[in-house]
Design a protein around this ligand. Structure first.
Ligand code: ZN
Length: 308
């Protein structure tokens, strides 16, 4: 407990394939301690490393009994917290939440890291105050998650918000033929909106191979070809999000990931999505993530919500 306020402090852990990052937040979300380590590549060693992170953070902050939440790049299923994670194969099929609870001597909440990103932004980030928040990560892949009243909506199959693997709607000939996707299907939102999708779009439009950061830089400098590609990408994003607005009608859509800083994104997408949504001028806020790289640890900490 936090001795002064009597409310629990929260530990959030971002468990990646190579790094463990962790934070300890006080009841108001201020960071009191921080910890980083390499992720061991074995199950028992990972549990031990996480227990060590919890102990180190509580030692730094001079307190005990903090709640613990963990975000990881995988699908977390059922009460035992069984994990399916390509980047953490040694967790595969293990009752990870149960075993972590035993290792830490307290209950542990575990969630997919796209969901913890959305939670972080919904609690005290760019989407603070919004009731229904849809969060998207535009980067190497395209991920997403849904938070309602500061709680993650996991879904019956732990799949809610997996918008990157829905079909790109209202396709136009200029989008090109549906491309194969990493999920084994083709024509998914991810194939056009991810970093490689943006580069492929630019190559189709101009015949030139340019990496996404260079496309963004040229666009910001006013290069007409890059601006054309960015407009096309924004149009596809607007179509894909109009479908989300028709289905979920979120109060806010928050964007993170490597492509979240594309020039003009936050002006062009809301100007376009009314053509496809059933409302001609959706009131949905469209905002860039505030917490950046910290959203993983912060969102994991908020798995124990402010009201609990
Ligand atoms: Zn897919």
């Amino acid at each position: 407990m936090d001795a002064e306020s009597g409310t629990p402090a929260r530990i959030g852990v971002d468990l990646g394939g190579t790094k463990i990052s962790a934070t300890l937040l006080d009841a108001e979300g201020r960071e009191l301690a921080r910890y980083r380590a390499d992720t061991p590549r074995a199950y028992e060693a990972t549990l031990a490393a996480l227990a060590q992170a919890v102990g180190a953070l509580e030692g730094q902050a001079g307190m005990v009994g903090a709640t613990v939440g963990i975000g990881l790049p995988g699908i977390v299923d059922g009460a035992a917290g069984t994990v399916r994670a390509v980047n953490l194969p040694w967790l595969e099929g293990r009752p990870f939440a149960e075993d972590a609870a035993r290792a830490f001597g307290r209950p542990v909440r575990i969630a997919n890291d796209a969901n913890t990103f959305v939670l972080s932004e919904a609690v005290d980030g760019a989407a603070a105050g919004a009731s229904v928040v849809f969060g998207i990560i535009l980067g190497t892949g395209v991920g997403g998650g849904i938070v309602v009243d500061r709680r993650i909506l996991p879904g019956a199959n732990a799949l809610a918000g997996e918008w990157g693997h829905t079909p790109l709607p209202w396709r136009r000939p200029e989008d090109g033929p549906p491309e194969p996707c990493g999920c084994g299907r083709s024509g998914c939102v991810e194939t056009l909106l991810s970093g490689s999708g943006l580069a492929r779009l630019h190559a189709r439009r101009t015949g030139e191979a340019v990496e996404p950061p260079e496309i963004a830089e040229r666009g910001a400098a006013g290069d007409a070809a890059a601006l054309g590609t960015l407009r096309h990408h924004a149009d596809a994003l607007a179509r894909a999000l109009a479908a989300v607005i028709n289905l979920l009608d979120p109060d806010a859509i928050v964007v993170g990931g490597g492509l979240s800083g594309l020039p003009g994104l936050y002006e062009s997408v809301p100007a376009l999505w009314g053509r496809w949504a059933l409302s001609p001028a959706p009131r949905t806020r469209f905002v860039r993530a505030r917490h950046g790289a910290d959203s993983g640890v912060r969102g994991a900490a908020w798995l124990w919500p402010p009201s609990s």
